[in-house]
Design a binder for this molecule. Structure first.
Ligand code: FAD
Length: 447
Protein backbone atom coordinates (compact mmCIF):
# COMPACT_ATOMS: atom_id res chain seq x y z
CA UNK A 1 0.00 0.00 0.00
CA UNK A 2 1.42 3.39 -0.93
CA UNK A 3 1.87 5.96 1.81
CA UNK A 4 1.62 8.80 -0.72
CA UNK A 5 0.08 9.11 -4.19
CA UNK A 6 1.80 11.48 -6.63
CA UNK A 7 -0.19 12.41 -9.74
CA UNK A 8 1.87 13.44 -12.76
CA UNK A 9 5.21 12.03 -13.85
CA UNK A 10 6.73 15.28 -15.12
CA UNK A 11 9.71 17.05 -13.60
CA UNK A 12 8.01 17.96 -10.33
CA UNK A 13 6.22 14.63 -9.84
CA UNK A 14 9.37 12.59 -10.51
CA UNK A 15 11.48 14.74 -8.18
CA UNK A 16 8.83 14.61 -5.48
CA UNK A 17 8.40 10.82 -5.72
CA UNK A 18 12.17 10.38 -5.57
CA UNK A 19 12.58 12.54 -2.47
CA UNK A 20 9.79 10.67 -0.71
CA UNK A 21 11.22 7.25 -1.58
CA UNK A 22 14.69 8.38 -0.61
CA UNK A 23 13.30 9.06 2.84
CA UNK A 24 11.74 5.61 3.12
CA UNK A 25 8.19 6.48 2.02
CA UNK A 26 6.29 4.16 -0.35
CA UNK A 27 4.92 6.11 -3.33
CA UNK A 28 2.47 5.41 -6.13
CA UNK A 29 3.29 7.64 -9.11
CA UNK A 30 0.38 8.03 -11.56
CA UNK A 31 1.13 9.19 -15.09
CA UNK A 32 -1.53 9.40 -17.79
CA UNK A 33 0.82 8.85 -20.74
CA UNK A 34 0.69 6.89 -23.03
CA UNK A 35 -3.12 6.56 -22.74
CA UNK A 36 -3.60 10.30 -22.86
CA UNK A 37 -1.20 13.09 -23.76
CA UNK A 38 -1.44 16.85 -23.37
CA UNK A 39 -1.21 18.93 -26.54
CA UNK A 40 2.48 19.63 -25.83
CA UNK A 41 3.76 16.19 -24.77
CA UNK A 42 4.88 13.85 -27.54
CA UNK A 43 6.72 10.94 -25.87
CA UNK A 44 5.47 8.13 -23.63
CA UNK A 45 8.20 8.64 -21.05
CA UNK A 46 8.39 10.37 -17.70
CA UNK A 47 10.15 13.72 -17.18
CA UNK A 48 9.53 14.90 -20.73
CA UNK A 49 11.06 18.26 -21.67
CA UNK A 50 8.21 19.64 -23.76
CA UNK A 51 10.20 22.29 -25.59
CA UNK A 52 13.83 23.41 -25.24
CA UNK A 53 16.42 20.87 -24.09
CA UNK A 54 18.04 23.51 -21.88
CA UNK A 55 17.84 23.98 -18.13
CA UNK A 56 19.14 27.52 -18.82
CA UNK A 57 22.34 29.03 -17.42
CA UNK A 58 24.47 26.83 -15.20
CA UNK A 59 26.52 29.82 -14.09
CA UNK A 60 26.07 29.94 -10.30
CA UNK A 61 26.23 33.73 -10.40
CA UNK A 62 22.81 33.79 -12.07
CA UNK A 63 19.73 33.05 -10.00
CA UNK A 64 18.90 30.01 -12.15
CA UNK A 65 22.45 28.65 -11.95
CA UNK A 66 22.36 29.14 -8.20
CA UNK A 67 19.13 27.11 -8.08
CA UNK A 68 20.92 24.33 -10.03
CA UNK A 69 23.69 24.39 -7.45
CA UNK A 70 21.27 24.24 -4.52
CA UNK A 71 19.35 21.34 -6.05
CA UNK A 72 22.59 19.42 -6.56
CA UNK A 73 23.57 19.98 -2.93
CA UNK A 74 20.12 18.80 -1.84
CA UNK A 75 20.35 15.57 -3.84
CA UNK A 76 17.94 16.23 -6.71
CA UNK A 77 17.28 13.30 -9.05
CA UNK A 78 16.46 15.64 -11.95
CA UNK A 79 19.72 17.60 -11.65
CA UNK A 80 21.75 14.39 -11.32
CA UNK A 81 20.12 13.01 -14.48
CA UNK A 82 20.59 16.33 -16.29
CA UNK A 83 24.30 16.44 -15.41
CA UNK A 84 24.72 12.88 -16.66
CA UNK A 85 22.95 13.66 -19.96
CA UNK A 86 24.69 16.99 -20.54
CA UNK A 87 25.52 18.17 -24.07
CA UNK A 88 27.85 21.10 -24.90
CA UNK A 89 25.97 24.42 -24.70
CA UNK A 90 28.30 27.14 -23.43
CA UNK A 91 27.42 28.00 -19.86
CA UNK A 92 23.92 26.52 -20.19
CA UNK A 93 22.97 23.14 -18.80
CA UNK A 94 21.51 21.49 -21.91
CA UNK A 95 20.78 17.79 -22.14
CA UNK A 96 20.18 14.95 -24.54
CA UNK A 97 16.48 14.79 -23.76
CA UNK A 98 16.09 11.05 -24.49
CA UNK A 99 19.06 10.10 -22.27
CA UNK A 100 17.84 12.46 -19.57
CA UNK A 101 14.28 11.09 -19.51
CA UNK A 102 15.55 7.49 -19.60
CA UNK A 103 17.84 8.16 -16.61
CA UNK A 104 14.98 9.63 -14.56
CA UNK A 105 12.52 6.89 -15.47
CA UNK A 106 15.12 4.16 -14.90
CA UNK A 107 15.95 5.45 -11.42
CA UNK A 108 12.28 5.59 -10.43
CA UNK A 109 11.46 2.16 -11.85
CA UNK A 110 14.36 0.55 -10.04
CA UNK A 111 13.45 2.04 -6.69
CA UNK A 112 11.70 -0.59 -4.55
CA UNK A 113 9.46 1.99 -2.87
CA UNK A 114 8.08 3.48 -6.08
CA UNK A 115 5.16 1.93 -7.94
CA UNK A 116 4.53 3.49 -11.35
CA UNK A 117 0.97 3.28 -12.72
CA UNK A 118 0.06 4.51 -16.18
CA UNK A 119 -3.39 5.90 -15.45
CA UNK A 120 -5.08 9.25 -15.81
CA UNK A 121 -6.33 10.54 -12.47
CA UNK A 122 -9.72 11.88 -13.53
CA UNK A 123 -10.40 12.77 -9.93
CA UNK A 124 -8.39 12.99 -6.74
CA UNK A 125 -8.12 9.56 -5.04
CA UNK A 126 -9.02 10.96 -1.61
CA UNK A 127 -10.66 7.69 -0.55
CA UNK A 128 -7.21 6.08 -0.44
CA UNK A 129 -6.78 7.96 2.83
CA UNK A 130 -3.14 8.92 2.13
CA UNK A 131 -1.58 12.27 1.18
CA UNK A 132 -1.94 13.13 -2.50
CA UNK A 133 0.49 15.34 -4.42
CA UNK A 134 -0.89 16.89 -7.61
CA UNK A 135 1.97 17.58 -10.03
CA UNK A 136 0.06 17.62 -13.29
CA UNK A 137 1.67 20.71 -14.73
CA UNK A 138 0.59 23.60 -16.94
CA UNK A 139 -1.53 21.31 -19.11
CA UNK A 140 -3.34 19.34 -16.41
CA UNK A 141 -5.92 17.04 -18.01
CA UNK A 142 -9.43 18.46 -18.36
CA UNK A 143 -11.19 16.03 -16.03
CA UNK A 144 -8.84 16.70 -13.14
CA UNK A 145 -8.80 20.44 -13.81
CA UNK A 146 -12.60 20.44 -13.57
CA UNK A 147 -12.41 18.82 -10.15
CA UNK A 148 -9.78 21.32 -9.04
CA UNK A 149 -12.05 24.17 -10.09
CA UNK A 150 -14.83 22.64 -8.01
CA UNK A 151 -12.46 22.40 -5.06
CA UNK A 152 -10.82 25.81 -5.27
CA UNK A 153 -13.47 28.00 -6.93
CA UNK A 154 -13.46 29.19 -10.54
CA UNK A 155 -11.46 32.35 -9.88
CA UNK A 156 -8.70 30.53 -7.99
CA UNK A 157 -7.52 28.30 -10.87
CA UNK A 158 -6.24 30.08 -13.98
CA UNK A 159 -5.81 28.57 -17.44
CA UNK A 160 -3.68 31.36 -18.92
CA UNK A 161 -1.02 33.47 -17.29
CA UNK A 162 -0.59 37.19 -17.99
CA UNK A 163 2.92 38.15 -17.01
CA UNK A 164 4.14 41.72 -17.21
CA UNK A 165 7.89 42.44 -17.41
CA UNK A 166 9.70 42.84 -14.09
CA UNK A 167 12.56 45.34 -13.90
CA UNK A 168 15.48 45.78 -11.52
CA UNK A 169 14.89 48.87 -9.34
CA UNK A 170 18.52 49.94 -9.59
CA UNK A 171 18.30 50.19 -13.38
CA UNK A 172 15.45 52.73 -13.44
CA UNK A 173 16.04 56.44 -14.00
CA UNK A 174 13.85 58.07 -11.37
CA UNK A 175 14.58 61.56 -12.69
CA UNK A 176 12.36 60.83 -15.69
CA UNK A 177 9.49 59.35 -13.66
CA UNK A 178 7.31 60.53 -10.82
CA UNK A 179 5.96 58.64 -7.82
CA UNK A 180 2.18 58.88 -7.38
CA UNK A 181 -0.92 56.75 -6.90
CA UNK A 182 -4.01 57.45 -8.98
CA UNK A 183 -6.07 60.15 -7.21
CA UNK A 184 -3.50 60.03 -4.39
CA UNK A 185 -4.93 56.78 -3.02
CA UNK A 186 -3.02 54.51 -0.63
CA UNK A 187 0.23 56.13 0.43
CA UNK A 188 -0.27 58.60 -2.39
CA UNK A 189 2.97 57.57 -4.07
CA UNK A 190 2.80 53.79 -4.42
CA UNK A 191 3.50 53.72 -8.17
CA UNK A 192 6.33 54.96 -10.35
CA UNK A 193 4.88 56.66 -13.43
CA UNK A 194 6.50 57.13 -16.83
CA UNK A 195 4.74 60.13 -18.42
CA UNK A 196 4.36 60.40 -22.21
CA UNK A 197 3.37 63.37 -24.33
CA UNK A 198 1.30 62.92 -27.50
CA UNK A 199 4.25 62.40 -29.92
CA UNK A 200 5.93 60.05 -27.43
CA UNK A 201 2.75 58.03 -27.05
CA UNK A 202 2.22 57.76 -30.81
CA UNK A 203 5.83 56.69 -31.39
CA UNK A 204 5.51 54.07 -28.65
CA UNK A 205 2.26 52.65 -30.08
CA UNK A 206 3.78 52.53 -33.58
CA UNK A 207 6.82 50.62 -32.27
CA UNK A 208 4.58 48.26 -30.37
CA UNK A 209 2.49 47.46 -33.43
CA UNK A 210 5.60 46.89 -35.55
CA UNK A 211 7.27 44.60 -32.99
CA UNK A 212 7.66 40.89 -33.53
CA UNK A 213 5.67 38.56 -31.29
CA UNK A 214 6.17 34.96 -30.25
CA UNK A 215 4.13 32.53 -32.36
CA UNK A 216 1.15 30.88 -30.67
CA UNK A 217 1.26 27.15 -29.99
CA UNK A 218 -1.40 25.20 -31.94
CA UNK A 219 -3.41 24.64 -28.74
CA UNK A 220 -3.34 28.37 -27.98
CA UNK A 221 -4.71 29.51 -31.31
CA UNK A 222 -8.34 29.62 -30.26
CA UNK A 223 -7.46 31.59 -27.13
CA UNK A 224 -9.98 34.19 -26.08
CA UNK A 225 -8.11 36.48 -23.73
CA UNK A 226 -9.99 37.56 -20.64
CA UNK A 227 -10.27 41.32 -20.54
CA UNK A 228 -7.57 42.46 -18.15
CA UNK A 229 -5.25 39.72 -19.47
CA UNK A 230 -4.93 40.85 -23.07
CA UNK A 231 -1.39 41.39 -24.35
CA UNK A 232 -0.76 45.11 -24.76
CA UNK A 233 -0.02 44.72 -28.46
CA UNK A 234 -3.51 43.20 -28.87
CA UNK A 235 -5.03 46.16 -27.03
CA UNK A 236 -2.96 48.59 -29.14
CA UNK A 237 -4.14 46.94 -32.35
CA UNK A 238 -7.78 47.56 -31.40
CA UNK A 239 -7.43 51.33 -31.91
CA UNK A 240 -4.89 54.18 -31.63
CA UNK A 241 -6.36 55.47 -28.37
CA UNK A 242 -7.06 52.08 -26.77
CA UNK A 243 -3.98 52.06 -24.56
CA UNK A 244 -4.67 55.62 -23.37
CA UNK A 245 -8.06 54.47 -22.20
CA UNK A 246 -6.69 51.19 -20.87
CA UNK A 247 -3.43 50.38 -19.07
CA UNK A 248 -1.86 53.74 -20.03
CA UNK A 249 -4.67 55.97 -18.85
CA UNK A 250 -3.35 59.14 -17.23
CA UNK A 251 -6.43 60.26 -15.27
CA UNK A 252 -5.78 61.11 -11.64
CA UNK A 253 -2.00 61.16 -12.10
CA UNK A 254 -0.64 64.67 -11.85
CA UNK A 255 2.95 65.07 -12.96
CA UNK A 256 4.53 67.37 -10.30
CA UNK A 257 6.83 68.87 -12.93
CA UNK A 258 3.95 70.15 -15.12
CA UNK A 259 1.05 70.23 -12.64
CA UNK A 260 -1.04 68.38 -15.26
CA UNK A 261 -2.02 64.87 -16.24
CA UNK A 262 0.30 63.59 -19.00
CA UNK A 263 -1.12 62.47 -22.35
CA UNK A 264 -0.50 58.84 -21.33
CA UNK A 265 1.24 57.05 -18.45
CA UNK A 266 2.93 53.71 -17.93
CA UNK A 267 2.76 52.69 -14.28
CA UNK A 268 5.26 50.52 -12.39
CA UNK A 269 4.19 48.75 -9.22
CA UNK A 270 6.53 47.21 -6.64
CA UNK A 271 6.88 43.49 -7.29
CA UNK A 272 8.06 42.71 -3.76
CA UNK A 273 7.89 44.20 -0.29
CA UNK A 274 11.45 45.44 -0.55
CA UNK A 275 10.95 47.52 -3.71
CA UNK A 276 13.95 45.90 -5.42
CA UNK A 277 11.86 44.86 -8.44
CA UNK A 278 9.04 46.66 -10.27
CA UNK A 279 6.52 45.40 -12.79
CA UNK A 280 4.98 47.28 -15.71
CA UNK A 281 1.32 47.27 -14.72
CA UNK A 282 -0.98 45.64 -17.30
CA UNK A 283 1.88 45.16 -19.77
CA UNK A 284 1.65 41.42 -20.35
CA UNK A 285 2.94 40.81 -23.85
CA UNK A 286 3.91 38.18 -26.37
CA UNK A 287 6.61 40.37 -27.90
CA UNK A 288 9.97 38.72 -28.41
CA UNK A 289 12.48 39.55 -25.69
CA UNK A 290 14.69 41.75 -27.91
CA UNK A 291 11.59 43.73 -28.94
CA UNK A 292 10.55 44.12 -25.30
CA UNK A 293 13.95 45.63 -24.50
CA UNK A 294 13.80 47.95 -27.51
CA UNK A 295 10.14 49.03 -27.28
CA UNK A 296 9.92 49.40 -23.49
CA UNK A 297 13.33 51.09 -23.56
CA UNK A 298 11.57 53.99 -25.36
CA UNK A 299 9.63 54.78 -22.19
CA UNK A 300 10.85 57.60 -19.91
CA UNK A 301 13.10 56.22 -17.20
CA UNK A 302 13.46 52.79 -18.79
CA UNK A 303 16.25 53.40 -21.29
CA UNK A 304 18.71 51.23 -19.32
CA UNK A 305 16.13 49.02 -17.65
CA UNK A 306 17.37 45.59 -16.72
CA UNK A 307 14.75 42.88 -17.17
CA UNK A 308 14.59 40.46 -14.26
CA UNK A 309 11.91 38.68 -16.25
CA UNK A 310 10.23 39.29 -19.56
CA UNK A 311 6.52 39.60 -20.15
CA UNK A 312 4.55 36.71 -21.55
CA UNK A 313 1.09 35.22 -21.96
CA UNK A 314 0.63 31.50 -22.42
CA UNK A 315 -1.55 28.53 -21.68
CA UNK A 316 -0.80 27.66 -18.09
CA UNK A 317 -2.96 25.99 -15.47
CA UNK A 318 -2.04 27.41 -12.08
CA UNK A 319 -3.52 28.00 -8.65
CA UNK A 320 -3.89 31.24 -6.76
CA UNK A 321 -1.40 29.65 -4.39
CA UNK A 322 -0.98 32.53 -1.91
CA UNK A 323 -4.65 32.23 -1.02
CA UNK A 324 -5.02 28.45 -1.30
CA UNK A 325 -1.84 26.78 -0.05
CA UNK A 326 0.11 26.63 3.18
CA UNK A 327 3.86 26.27 3.62
CA UNK A 328 3.68 22.52 2.90
CA UNK A 329 1.92 23.41 -0.40
CA UNK A 330 -1.17 21.68 1.03
CA UNK A 331 -4.66 22.98 0.29
CA UNK A 332 -5.82 24.86 3.37
CA UNK A 333 -9.35 23.58 2.77
CA UNK A 334 -8.24 19.94 2.24
CA UNK A 335 -4.73 19.36 3.66
CA UNK A 336 -4.65 15.78 2.39
CA UNK A 337 -4.00 17.32 -1.03
CA UNK A 338 -0.70 19.05 -1.84
CA UNK A 339 0.54 20.59 -5.08
CA UNK A 340 3.95 20.62 -6.74
CA UNK A 341 5.47 22.04 -9.89
CA UNK A 342 4.22 24.55 -12.37
CA UNK A 343 0.63 24.27 -11.17
CA UNK A 344 1.68 26.10 -7.98
CA UNK A 345 2.88 29.15 -9.94
CA UNK A 346 6.56 28.48 -10.43
CA UNK A 347 7.65 28.56 -14.02
CA UNK A 348 10.22 26.51 -15.93
CA UNK A 349 11.84 23.10 -15.78
CA UNK A 350 14.24 23.87 -12.95
CA UNK A 351 11.74 25.82 -10.87
CA UNK A 352 9.19 22.98 -11.22
CA UNK A 353 11.88 20.52 -10.12
CA UNK A 354 12.66 22.75 -7.12
CA UNK A 355 9.00 22.83 -6.17
CA UNK A 356 8.78 19.02 -6.47
CA UNK A 357 11.87 18.77 -4.30
CA UNK A 358 10.37 20.91 -1.54
CA UNK A 359 6.98 19.16 -1.51
CA UNK A 360 8.66 15.73 -1.35
CA UNK A 361 11.09 16.73 1.41
CA UNK A 362 8.44 18.51 3.44
CA UNK A 363 5.96 15.64 3.15
CA UNK A 364 8.66 13.15 4.16
CA UNK A 365 9.44 15.34 7.16
CA UNK A 366 5.75 15.59 8.11
CA UNK A 367 5.30 11.82 7.89
CA UNK A 368 8.48 11.32 9.92
CA UNK A 369 7.39 13.74 12.65
CA UNK A 370 10.12 16.26 11.86
CA UNK A 371 9.49 19.99 11.83
CA UNK A 372 10.75 21.44 8.55
CA UNK A 373 10.21 25.06 7.53
CA UNK A 374 10.90 26.78 4.24
CA UNK A 375 14.50 27.56 3.43
CA UNK A 376 15.30 31.26 3.95
CA UNK A 377 14.34 33.72 1.21
CA UNK A 378 18.02 34.52 0.85
CA UNK A 379 18.42 31.19 -1.02
CA UNK A 380 17.17 30.60 -4.56
CA UNK A 381 14.88 27.78 -3.40
CA UNK A 382 13.48 29.79 -0.49
CA UNK A 383 12.97 32.95 -2.56
CA UNK A 384 11.06 31.03 -5.23
CA UNK A 385 8.81 29.25 -2.73
CA UNK A 386 8.11 32.45 -0.85
CA UNK A 387 6.96 34.06 -4.10
CA UNK A 388 4.44 31.25 -4.48
CA UNK A 389 3.12 31.86 -0.97
CA UNK A 390 3.33 35.65 -0.88
CA UNK A 391 -0.08 36.58 0.50
CA UNK A 392 0.81 40.26 0.14
CA UNK A 393 0.60 39.86 -3.64
CA UNK A 394 -3.04 40.35 -4.70
CA UNK A 395 -2.27 39.81 -8.41
CA UNK A 396 -0.42 36.53 -8.20
CA UNK A 397 1.26 35.42 -11.43
CA UNK A 398 3.77 32.63 -12.02
CA UNK A 399 7.46 33.41 -11.90
CA UNK A 400 10.75 31.84 -12.73
CA UNK A 401 13.59 32.44 -10.31
CA UNK A 402 15.39 35.81 -10.39
CA UNK A 403 17.26 37.95 -7.88
CA UNK A 404 14.26 40.26 -7.54
CA UNK A 405 12.55 37.52 -5.51
CA UNK A 406 15.39 37.31 -2.98
CA UNK A 407 15.52 39.03 0.38
CA UNK A 408 17.41 42.26 -0.36
CA UNK A 409 21.08 42.51 0.50
CA UNK A 410 22.01 44.43 3.62
CA UNK A 411 22.49 48.11 2.99
CA UNK A 412 26.17 48.71 2.63
CA UNK A 413 28.49 50.21 0.10
CA UNK A 414 26.69 50.62 -3.23
CA UNK A 415 27.62 47.59 -5.30
CA UNK A 416 27.74 47.18 -9.05
CA UNK A 417 25.62 44.51 -10.73
CA UNK A 418 28.28 41.80 -10.63
CA UNK A 419 29.13 42.43 -7.00
CA UNK A 420 25.45 42.27 -6.09
CA UNK A 421 25.11 38.88 -7.76
CA UNK A 422 28.21 37.60 -6.01
CA UNK A 423 26.93 38.85 -2.66
CA UNK A 424 23.57 37.11 -3.24
CA UNK A 425 25.31 33.84 -4.09
CA UNK A 426 27.67 33.95 -1.14
CA UNK A 427 24.82 34.61 1.27
CA UNK A 428 22.63 31.93 -0.33
CA UNK A 429 25.33 29.28 0.05
CA UNK A 430 25.89 30.16 3.68
CA UNK A 431 22.18 30.21 4.52
CA UNK A 432 21.34 26.99 2.68
CA UNK A 433 24.14 25.22 4.53
CA UNK A 434 22.77 26.61 7.81
CA UNK A 435 19.23 25.44 6.99
CA UNK A 436 20.43 21.96 6.08
CA UNK A 437 22.84 21.75 8.99
CA UNK A 438 20.11 22.45 11.52
CA UNK A 439 18.51 19.07 10.72
CA UNK A 440 21.22 16.91 9.16
CA UNK A 441 20.67 15.99 5.52
CA UNK A 442 19.01 13.97 4.03
CA UNK A 443 16.39 14.26 6.75
CA UNK A 444 16.77 11.57 9.39
CA UNK A 445 13.44 9.92 8.54
CA UNK A 446 14.47 6.94 6.38
CA UNK A 447 12.51 3.87 7.45
C1 FAD B 1 4.36 24.47 -24.80
C2 FAD B 1 5.23 24.63 -23.61
C3 FAD B 1 6.59 24.93 -23.78
C4 FAD B 1 7.42 25.09 -22.67
N1 FAD B 1 8.75 25.36 -22.86
C5 FAD B 1 9.58 25.44 -21.81
C6 FAD B 1 10.99 25.64 -21.98
O1 FAD B 1 11.49 25.71 -23.10
N2 FAD B 1 11.77 25.74 -20.88
C7 FAD B 1 11.27 25.64 -19.63
O2 FAD B 1 12.04 25.73 -18.66
N3 FAD B 1 9.95 25.44 -19.42
C8 FAD B 1 9.09 25.34 -20.48
N4 FAD B 1 7.75 25.15 -20.28
C9 FAD B 1 7.28 25.03 -18.94
C10 FAD B 1 7.57 23.59 -18.51
O3 FAD B 1 6.82 22.71 -19.30
C11 FAD B 1 7.22 23.38 -17.13
O4 FAD B 1 7.89 24.32 -16.32
C12 FAD B 1 7.58 22.01 -16.56
O5 FAD B 1 7.54 20.99 -17.49
C13 FAD B 1 6.57 21.81 -15.49
O6 FAD B 1 6.86 20.66 -14.81
P1 FAD B 1 5.67 19.91 -14.09
O7 FAD B 1 6.24 18.65 -13.56
O8 FAD B 1 4.98 20.82 -13.17
O9 FAD B 1 4.64 19.59 -15.28
P2 FAD B 1 4.87 18.62 -16.61
O10 FAD B 1 6.32 18.54 -16.85
O11 FAD B 1 3.98 19.16 -17.61
O12 FAD B 1 4.39 17.24 -16.07
C14 FAD B 1 3.05 16.98 -15.77
C15 FAD B 1 2.79 15.51 -16.02
O13 FAD B 1 1.48 15.20 -15.53
C16 FAD B 1 0.80 14.38 -16.45
N5 FAD B 1 -0.62 14.54 -16.21
C17 FAD B 1 -1.40 15.65 -16.46
N6 FAD B 1 -2.65 15.44 -16.03
C18 FAD B 1 -2.68 14.19 -15.48
C19 FAD B 1 -3.68 13.40 -14.85
N7 FAD B 1 -4.93 13.85 -14.68
N8 FAD B 1 -3.36 12.15 -14.42
C20 FAD B 1 -2.10 11.66 -14.57
N9 FAD B 1 -1.11 12.36 -15.18
C21 FAD B 1 -1.39 13.62 -15.60
C22 FAD B 1 1.32 14.85 -17.80
O14 FAD B 1 1.19 13.84 -18.79
C23 FAD B 1 2.78 15.16 -17.50
O15 FAD B 1 3.62 14.04 -17.70
C24 FAD B 1 6.90 24.96 -21.37
C25 FAD B 1 5.53 24.67 -21.19
C26 FAD B 1 4.72 24.50 -22.29
C27 FAD B 1 3.28 24.16 -22.08
Amino acid sequence: MPQVIVIGGGLAGCECAWQLARHGIAVRLMEMKPHRRSAAHVTDGLAELVCSNSFRSDNPHNAIGLLHEELRVLGSLILTAADAARVPAGDALAVDRALFAAAVEGALQEHPLIELTRTEACELPVDAGVPIVVATGPLTSDALAAQLVALTGRDRLAFYDAIAPVLDADSLDHDEMFAASRWGKGDGADYLNCPLDKPGYEAFVAALLAAETMPLQDFEKDVHYFSGCQPIEVIAASGPQSLRFGPMKPVGLTDPRTGRWPWAVVQLRAENRHGTAWNLVGFQTKMRQADQRRVFGMLPGLRSAEFLRYGTVHRNTFLDSPRLLDEAMALRSLPQVRFAGQITGVEGYVESTASGYWVGARLAADLGGIELHLPPATTALGALLQHVLDAGNPNFQPSNVHFGLFEPLDAGPRRNKIDRKLAHCERARRDLAGWMGALGWPLPVAA
